[in-house]
Ligand binder design. Structure first.
Ligand code: ZN
Length: 151
């Protein structure tokens, strides 16, 4: 990857971890779920407002490392206004990116800003940090009551 692009990616991650977007509770949400990554200590709660199968509003609270926070922030921006199916499809693409091999082509047109987390695949221990918000979102969509734990 070009050094400039890498730098831009790191700046975006830092920005989203320091000033996370959609970082608040949604009162009386249509769905919510809690996720925990014991390996790193990341905790996230995702809140949803649903309208005709569309994620009309998505927000989160929690605490954790910069990667988990940036990933949650970027995710809420990315899935807002999407259908449940589209959100799931995006998660599959995201998962493929962060579990891929360094240097694998990144589907930037579909991933958009989420591509800034492509470097995570070089750090296997960080993959769970980046994936936690997505697993938690899926649990909220599927109305799972138990805490999502990425052991
Ligand atoms: Zn973490």
């Amino acid at each position: 990857m070009m050094a400039d692009l890498r730098e831009l990616y790191q700046e975006t991650i830092l920005d989203h971890s320091k000033r996370p977007r959609n970082f608040h509770e949604i009162p009386h949400p249509d769905a919510s779920a809690v996720g925990h990554n014991p390996l790193c200590g990341d905790r996230v709660t995702v809140f949803l407002r649903l309208s005709d199968g569309v994620l009309a509003d998505v927000a989160f609270v929690g605490q954790g490392c910069a990667i988990s926070k940036a990933s949650a922030s970027l995710m809420t921006d990315a899935v807002k206004g999407k259908t449940k199916a589209q959100a799931h499809e995006l998660f599959e693409k995201f998962r493929r990116m962060v579990t891929g091999r360094p240097g694998d082509p990144v589907d930037t047109p579909s991933l958009g800003k989420l591509a800034v987390l492509s470097g995570v695949c070089e750090f296997p221990v960080r993959v769970k940090c980046a994936s936690l918000p997505w697993h938690t979102l899926e649990a909220a969509i599927e109305a799972k009551k138990e805490i999502v734990s990425l052991e």
